[in-house]
Design a protein around this ligand. Sequence first.
Ligand code: 0O2
Length: 203
Amino acid sequence: MSIYGDCQQYLQPILDQVLAQIKQLNDGYQQRTGAKLYEHLEGRVKSEGSMVEKLHRKGYDQTPTAALRACKDAIGLRIVTNFIDDIYTTIALLKAQPDIAIVKEKDYITHAKPNGYRSYHMIVEKTVNYPDVEGNFPGKYFIEIQLRTIAMDTWASLEHEMKYKHDIKNPEMISKELARVADDLASCDVSMQTIRKLIREDQ
Ligand code: 0O2
């Protein structure tokens, strides 16, 4: 029996639906403005093993209800943009979707984590034409959406790699360097944003 119970069969189709919905938002935006909303978009259904481990770590029951209601990232997607402004434009478009309700937002861009991590996190609840774990139809499923620039994404991948390597020789020095580079990248993101604004103002 899956940790997601009978709902397991719906998770990938729901992820596919939301990915298609965001691609459509991008197409509409591109038609209106000539610019793209994001550089790339990716998504995953959290593996059963990762969910079992997370439930254990958080002290939740090993049940489909805990996996789909207490944990809110069984379905997750990441939107990677070229510029910081594009993140907030995308958020505004997502908020205007009638089948998507915002549950929680964390702005680690305005308030970076002490290690240098930057990203905008949203937990949304999407209404779908499938039953949910509580037996409602239409059902409601949580989705975690992470939005970040290419620079923030590259940094997060490297930092993630470091976290899972336990034989690093000088972890303090590397953490310090990572924090310093995160600030440099943030400063470049702001400069890129400013340059784009200047170019567009001239047009
Ligand atoms: P995975 O495998 O990436 O999904 P939660 O643990 O989700 O219940 P929390 O801790 O409040 O609650 O979530 P938060 O802060 O929104 O972070 C959730 C996800 O953001 C993490 O997922 C990471 O993917 C990413 N993240 C957060 N902080 C960092 C960081 O310092 N560095 C990097 N590289 N990524 C980060 P999980 O749960 O770790 O796992």
